[in-house]
Design a protein around this ligand. Sequence first.
Ligand code: UD1
Length: 421
Amino acid sequence: MAKLLVQKSGPLNGIVDISGAKNAVLPLMAAALLPEETCTIDDVPALQDVRVMEDILTSLGAKVEQKEPHVLEISVPGELANVADYELVKRMRASFLVMGPLLARTGSAKVHMPGGCTIGARPIDLHLKGFRALGAEIIMRDYSVEARAPRGGLVGASVYLDFPSVGATENIMMAAVLASGTTTIENAAEEPEIVDLANFLNKMGARVKGAGTDTVKIEGVRHLHGAYHTVIPDRIETGTFMLAAAITRGEVLIRNVVPDHIKPISAKLRECGVIVEVADEGMYVVADRKELTATDIKTLPYPGFPTDIQSPFMAFLATVKGPSTVIETVFENRFMHVAELNRMGADIKVSGDRALVKGGARLEGAQVIATDLRGGAAVVLAGLAAEGTTEVSEIYHIERGYENFVEKFRGLGANILRIND
Ligand code: UD1
């Protein structure tokens, strides 16, 4: 099993280029099942999750070709299968996103219950609520879900999401683009990845309005055509490198960033005394000028503070002066990294949905595990600030979602090495 060896490094210094967003590209790839013509997606990050989605699309009958290192061409040359392979689906929750496009295009879809990081119960009831509203019959059997459109196809409807779920908003949007009539998703997720998906769908000839607000309207069309689209930059990778600069008290220029997408992270880092400055060439994060102090964070759906940055931010908070409270409202089991950070000398106490971080810790290298994708990033960040060597195992979590993770950190002067045990 591969491991990461991380040693105290810093201050990190230099330039890092952000990759296309994992959470944007996965729904875009699923959406490429919708038109009868070829779609081209640019700035696709080379990630394990992208490979899994490629395999799922291929198993359904799509042709996925890598044209250049970051360019994928996706087409559906013949009939699409409507059953997604269990072995693939269980590896990644986002694989459930093929359900909407399959239902829209073939009239039925059978997908196993999805896997992914164990950060919470992660049900799919809101996805199914949307499909049902569009007229689909849902049959749950063992660990699979089957959806069948009515004889005349899906029919536009109003759907209220009890929680602004990112995946449910995306899946319902994709199911609705070929439905007859208009679909309205209320209390929709507003994440930038939703806007990216809407832009891609509209380039195919769909009529999606309001993406990025809490009400998304989709006027169904009969036919979609091929489209070319460039993935938005990864705001979570951006946040991770902002925190890498902060925790090592370094100075980093981050390029390929949409500053609007990371406003809550910038705001919170500024509250701690980190300088975040947007320039033409990218975003400067400077943390070497004064003593950094604590702040409280509370995760929320966008435009609130992203849950995916909660654990990396907590690693940083463990090192600054003063106590902070971190409240997690999006997932119910997203403090798994706390035990690992405490193993490295942090003093963090969890009580229900909140973690109390004492701050001012003198971190020590230890043997830790990447508990999940972002929790893995958190222990690596802590390792950069810890005395001695931190050995991170189960790094497949990290490799699911960060492109060239080690190379990018090394490029900034981090002392980090990937080894095969
Ligand atoms: C996406 C992101 C993930 C991020 C999360 C929240 C992708 C591939 N992943 O995940 O990185 O952490 O958004 O920003 O884009 N829920 C329900 N019923 C449902 C669906 C969700 O109760 O049918 C709940 C979940 O259990 C969770 C909350 O809603 O507590 C948020 O989940 P959701 O927004 O759906 O996250 P994902 O789309 O899975």
